[in-house]
Ligand binder design. Structure first.
Ligand code: IMP
Ligand code: MG
Length: 184
């Protein structure tokens, strides 16, 4: 599978944007960047559902760079239709870990309006974390509504709807091992 290849799945045309090798190479660099920070008592929080595959790959890569950490999960949803998030963020599942006086790295799939990550960051800061850093697989800067950027970033993409590598369109296509653009 190469960048630009076309896949036909369930009546949709999906154009490969980043293939497995490109993703693996990028994830390794992100793990090195995080390892270089030497966080102590690090808590990594994966924001579900979209970041689960990215988080799984990143964690195993972090292990190879000798990063010790604890892992937790938070499930957030934004009201709105399937393709665009609205303003309101809802906690569907909260973390169990205490964040007080420890560094937290938040992992999410996509930074678009910025509302999801900003919400999670504010919440965890308010609970007393010593610092909160954000690690996002894809940045879509075209529709930013909140002033926030990722501290660790996989790729910046144009304003296209993407699926795969954990990201969905109406609950489908999370399982694709590559990132693809859904063509009209
Ligand atoms: P925001 O930064 O609060 O706007 O939220 C970004 C969230 O919207 C991501 O975590 C995804 O769940 C979803 N999202 C935004 N763009 C896409 C896309 O192209 N494909 C799939 N999900 C997307
Ligand atoms: Mg999401």
């Amino acid at each position: 599978m190469n960048s630009g290849d076309i896949c036909k799945l369930d009546g949709h045309i999906i154009r490969v944007l980043y293939n497995e090798q490109q993703i693996a190479d990028r994830v390794r660099v992100l793990a090195q960047e995080i390892a270089a920070r030497d966080f102590e008592k690090l808590l990594v929080v994966s924001i579900l559902k979209g970041s689960f595959i990215f988080a799984a790959d990143l964690l195993r890569s972090l292990y190879k760079y000798d990063v010790r950490l604890e892992m937790d999960f938070m499930m957030l949803a934004s009201y709105g239709n399937n393709l665009e998030s609205s303003g309101q963020i809802q906690i569907l599942r909260d973390i169990e870990s205490s964040v007080r006086d420890r560094p937290v790295v938040l992992i999410d799939d996509i930074l678009e309006s910025g509302r999801t990550i900003a919400f999670a960051k504010d919440l965890i800061m308010a609970r007393g974390a010593s610092e909160v850093r954000t690690c996002v697989f894809l940045n879509k800067p075209g529709k930013r509504a909140v002033n926030i950027n990722a501290d660790f970033l996989g790729f910046s993409t144009p304003d296209l709807f993407v699926v795969g590598y954990g990201m969905d369109m109406s609950h489908s296509f999370r399982e694709l091992p590559y990132v693809g653009v859904v063509e009209e």
